[in-house]
Design a protein around this ligand. Structure first.
Ligand code: SF4
Ligand code: SF4
Length: 190
């Protein structure tokens, strides 16, 4: 199965999995994802205020190479809950399948955690100490909200989509992220 097929398979499976959650769990998960999206926007705004758009344009996206594993199950779920089909072109290799000539094709609040928390040295130098401290606080909060979503559902939602669903290719194999972290609400337990 190639990456495009794995991606399509993941989209269908994530929808099915989400439909199987209890209504209360879906509500709580939706609230957590909404919070995560806001935190991502805030995080990216710190870099933009320091001039990251211009710096990244000049750089050409060095840190976006090999980005195909950055998108997690939770990221994909955020797209699905907002009725958006994310663009993914895996023929783009080694450039990121979620980017194009004009940069990242994902709206800021949908971008993977790895992408929103990373600021290279030239950007951090322009951000200054206060903004760097704010970025670290936002990263901590983002990680906590993602961990809460994982505890809520009993599923490793921060796992890369392509690894998770690619790993399930072998018939009868249990997908690692579906091994319960704890009881969770995957079967409507809450
Ligand atoms: S964050 Fe840094 S390395 Fe990444 S694209 Fe921007 S300037 Fe380049
Ligand atoms: S998802 Fe966007 S920001 Fe992240 S690596 Fe790909 S192009 Fe870069």
């Amino acid at each position: 199965m190639d990456d495009q097929q794995t991606w399509q398979r993941a989209l269908r499976a994530i929808d099915d999995w989400h439909r199987g959650l209890s209504e209360e769990c879906r509500t709580q998960l939706g609230e957590l994802i909404g919070r995560i999206m806001l935190l991502k926007e805030e995080s990216l705004r710190l870099g933009l205020a320091a001039g990251s758009a211009e710096i990244c344009r000049t750089c050409g996206g060095s840190c976006c190479r090999y980005g195909k594993y950055h998108v997690t199950i939770l990221d994909l779920l955020a797209f699905r809950l907002n009725s958006i089909d994310p663009i993914a072109n895996f023929d783009n290799f080694p450039f990121c399948p979620y980017g194009g000539d004009e940069g990242c094709l994902m709206p800021p609040r949908f971008r993977p955690l790895t992408c929103v928390i990373f600021n290279c040295d030239p950007i951090e130098e322009r951000m200054g100490d206060d903004a760097c401290r704010s970025a670290a606080t936002l990263e901590g909060e983002l990680r906590e909200q993602i961990a809460r979503a994982e505890r809520l559902t009993g599923r490793r939602l921060g796992r890369p989509v392509l690894l998770d669903y690619g790993a399930a290719e072998t018939a009868g194999q249990i997908v690692e992220s579906e091994i319960p972290l704890d009881k969770g609400c995957i079967n409507g337990n809450h």
